[in-house]
Design a protein around this ligand. Structure first.
Ligand SMILES: Cc1cc2nc3c(=O)[nH]c(=O)nc-3n(C[C@H](O)[C@H](O)[C@H](O)COP(=O)(O)OP(=O)(O)OC[C@H]3O[C@@H](n4cnc5c(N)ncnc54)[C@H](O)[C@@H]3O)c2cc1C
Length: 405
């Protein structure tokens, strides 16, 4: 079992098999799977609690609908892990807010049936046999609230969402041999004289000697990597989440709904809904907390109303007391894939990365942590067979590959 030490309640150990920096979904999955490999992992979390930065802001949806092998390879096993969370972790009576209410992509494009038809077909390549192409009246028959302008939908009934707070706390608790220190910032990753090997982690409460460090610090990964002489090629991009209080129009058992025309999405939550939207935001420095822009709720509800007209009705009568707003930062890579593995030739030996979530770190979290731990243990390849290796970042062929949605 993992032990969680509140800020200042225990002395840091002098040594560790592995130090994991960050207590979000990435750090929690790393600690859990490192424990399965027999490592004593020390997790350092700067905040006074786990899952408090990006992970706490997530809408936390997952989908098996991917048309790219590298995304599917992380997400499909992660969904299976969430579906079997208690069996996987050995925890009893540990609900993780798993709701499989579906995920629907919508489009109003004239060629929507062809485009989404190809997308659904592509998911079959990864053994996803239950995604569906919906066209014409079938869309409104399933989802009466969707505009008749929509020409096609891709839908999978068993996609859904989890509660990331419960997931992270469950993993931390179930992580064998993990010691988790809250309120403890890693200040510097130490290396030997010529920067060839990791030797420890410096914190305000002392230094931990270790030969292995995993950076799982979300938007702050780049800063930490720099202390070890590694220039991590990631960009931090703000992403908002609006929460709307219960409204009669919102179907409590409806699916995650994403309009591929506007990139606005929403899903039910407690009688109300979470809304988000892919927007063109500039890259920025990592920040905590992430500032919010109060024009966002109006913008996202307007965009969401293109596919689901009730959002215009709700927006018209909504009071500010019925909206709350939050934001986090996606940690983005050039080709949209995460970094999972060692720093390779770009950094010191013993430095590992689990970062570059690109906004889907919850849905790919468990399999990412499993792969990271297997690489640390030397039981999985960390060369060109690892599609998430850091050193692929400059490879044009990889950068050119992308998923449709
Ligand atoms: C609005 C929004 C909606 C999203 N929706 C989804 C979704 O539907 N599905 C999905 O899969 N993903 C979603 N995401 C993305 C998801 O939230 C992230 O991919 C995921 O939370 C990243 O987790 P992480 O552990 O890498 O980073 P974080 O959660 O940011 O964790 C990093 C941790 O490291 C700590 N830390 C930083 N520096 C230090 C230091 N020096 N020492 C010690 N600790 C340190 C931080 O305090 C933090 O707790 C969404 C994100 C946002 C913002």
């Amino acid at each position: 079992m993992g032990r969680i030490h509140p800020a200042g309640s225990a002395e840091l150990p002098k040594t560790a098999d592995v130090v994991v920096i960050g207590g979000g979904i990435a750090g929690a999955t790393d600690a859990f799977f490192l424990g399965r490999h027999g490592f004593n992992a020390v997790v350092l979390e700067r905040a006074p609690q786990l899952a408090s930065l990006t992970t706490s802001q997530a809408v936390a949806c997952f989908r098996a609908q991917w048309d790219d092998p590298d995304y599917a390879a992380l997400v499909l096993p992660s969904i299976a892990f969430y579906e079997a969370f208690e069996a996987e972790t050995g925890l009893r009576d540990w609900p993780i807010g798993l709701r499989q209410q579906g995920w629907v992509f919508l489009t109003s494009a004239a060629d929507g049936p062809a485009t989404l038809g190809r997308f659904v077909e592509a998911t079959r390549n990864f053994g996803v046999g239950d995604s569906e192409l919906l066209t014409g009246d079938e869309i409104q028959r399933r989802f009466p609230w969707v505009s008749e302008r929509m020409t096609a939908a891709s839908y999978r009934a068993r996609d859904g969402w989890v509660s990331p707070y419960e997931v992270v706390h469950g993993l931390a608790r179930a992580a064998a041999n993990a010691e988790i220190y809250l309120g403890t910032a890693a200040v510097e990753i130490l290396t030997d004289g010529d920067g060839g090997h990791v030797t420890g982690v410096r914190t305000p409460a002392g230094t931990i000697a270790t030969e292995r460090v995993v950076i799982a610090a979300g938007p702050f990964a780049k800063r930490l990597a720099a202390t070890a002489g590694l220039d991590l090629p990631v960009t931090m991009v703000r992403h908002h989440r609006a929460m709307v209080a219960p409204q009669p129009e919102i179907p409590a058992f409806g699916p995650m709904t994403l309009d591929t025309d506007t990139h606005a999405y929403w899903r039910p939550e407690g009688g109300g809904a979470f809304l988000g939207m892919g927007q063109d935001e500039p890259g920025s420095e990592p920040v905590d907390p992430v500032p919010t822009d109060w024009t966002f709720p109006a913008v996202v509800m307007d965009a969401a109303s293109q596919a689901v007209p009730f959002w215009a009705t709700i927006a018209d009568r909504l009071t500010s007391a019925e909206i709350s707003l939050a934001a986090g930062q996606y940690t983005c890579t050039a080709d949209g894939r995460p970094f999972i593995g060692s720093a390779g030739s770009a950094g010191p030996n013993g430095l590992y990365l689990h970062t570059g979530d690109n906004g889907w770190g919850i849905e790919g979290g468990p399999e990412s942590g499993r792969r990271l731990a297997a690489i640390v243990a030397g039981e999985a390849p960390d060369d060109e067979r690892n599609p998430y290796r850091l050193t692929r970042a400059t490879a044009a062929a990889d950068a050119a590959r992308t998923t449709t949605y």
